[in-house]
Design a protein around this ligand. Structure first.
Ligand SMILES: NC(=O)c1ccc[n+]([C@@H]2O[C@H](COP(=O)([O-])OP(=O)(O)OC[C@H]3O[C@@H](n4cnc5c(N)ncnc54)[C@H](OP(=O)(O)O)[C@@H]3O)[C@@H](O)[C@H]2O)c1
Length: 276
């Protein structure tokens, strides 16, 4: 059984370097997928209030038979929980749906900078961390400017920024800023939602060379750069192979062939937009 190595966060905690994404699974499918994934060796599960599947994710976690402290569960709170300590009730509701006593990581789902509330929301997250309800706290879909505003305004540094990344959308500026501040970058849609990226001739050629699947090549690209991908699959065979990326390496030439797939610094979903 494969296990992802642990990566150390700036709060001293350690997180498995690859997790299972659960969007857009609904409760029943999420319960099944999470149970299957944990059985295959996954120890890190990614959900969000907005996915509407925390009940199913919690059932999968609790039914897995693996002790809670060996699992990493992330959830995210979206715009309606920003500002005025609204995140307190937000996380209480998530924990009730998950039927868990704490989450390992709580993220601000989108910065929504026009509403001007992400700084106060993150201060509330700090209170939730101090209360032991969220062991680590972070953000999602933050640009380098958003991160700077957050750190300068609150004196708090998030442990994680979860953003859309794949070889065509490398987001180097965000990653560099995060690295300078000891923030770990997680990758959402890490295999490009299973679309054209996995058919790309360059990815296919490297997969052929190494006797691996295109998804494994792309996931290996993430982990080799210290990123933490959360690929979603509801298919146990795909889950198994997506996790099986820790016993081979891409060489410099293969990494630069993948770097050449970049569509430039502005590619990808605009982080001022809401979404999943
Ligand atoms: N923070 C945010 O704003 C945000 C936004 C989007 C997503 N996320 C998180 O990131 C996770 C992953 O992103 P995502 O679901 O958008 O995209 P993804 O993980 O890049 O791709 C998932 C898609 O690829 C397919 N797939 C999985 N493994 C495969 C393989 N080995 N070969 C071919 N196809 C494969 C899946 O289908 P099957 O299930 O049929 O295998 C699914 O359709 C989400 O589930 C969610 O937890 C976060």
């Amino acid at each position: 059984m494969t296990a992802a190595p642990l990566i150390t966060l700036n709060d001293g905690r350690t997180m498995p370097q690859l997790g299972l994404g659960t969007w857009p699974l609904k409760d029943r499918e999420a319960e099944q997928a999470v149970g299957d994934a944990i059985g295959l060796g996954y120890r890190h599960i990614d959900t969000a209030r907005a996915y509407g599947n925390e009940k199913g994710v919690g059932r999968g976690v609790r039914g897995s038979g693996v002790p809670r402290e060996e699992l990493w569960v992330t959830t995210k709170l979206d715009g309606k929980f920003q500002g005025d300590d609204k995140a307190i009730a937000g996380l209480e509701q998530s924990l009730k749906l998950l039927r868990l006593d704490y989450v390992d990581l709580l993220l601000i789902h989108w910065p929504l900078p026009k509403s001007g509330k992400f700084q106060s929301t993150f201060r509330t997250f700090r209170k939730l961390q101090q209360a032991g309800l969220a062991r680590s706290i972070g953000v999602s879909n933050f640009t380098a400017d958003h991160l700077r505003t957050l750190i300068d305004g609150t004196g708090l540094v998030p442990a994680v920024n979860q953003i859309q990344i794949d070889p065509t959308i490398p987001r180097e500026a965000q990653r560099a800023f995060a690295a300078e501040h000891g923030i770990v970058t997680q990758s959402w849609s890490p295999i490009g939602q299973g679309g054209d990226l996995l058919q790309h001739p360059e990815v296919a050629a490297i997969a052929e060379q190494l006797g691996r699947t295109p998804a494994q090549i792309v996931l290996r690209w993430h982990v080799q750069q210290g990123l933490v991908p959360v690929p979603k699959s509801k298919d146990p065979e795909r889950m198994r192979s997506n996790l099986d990326v820790f016993d081979f390496a891409l060489d410099e030439q293969q990494l630069s062939r993948l770097a050449a797939l970049s569509l430039g610094p502005d590619a990808g979903v605009d982080s001022d937009r809401g979404g999943h």
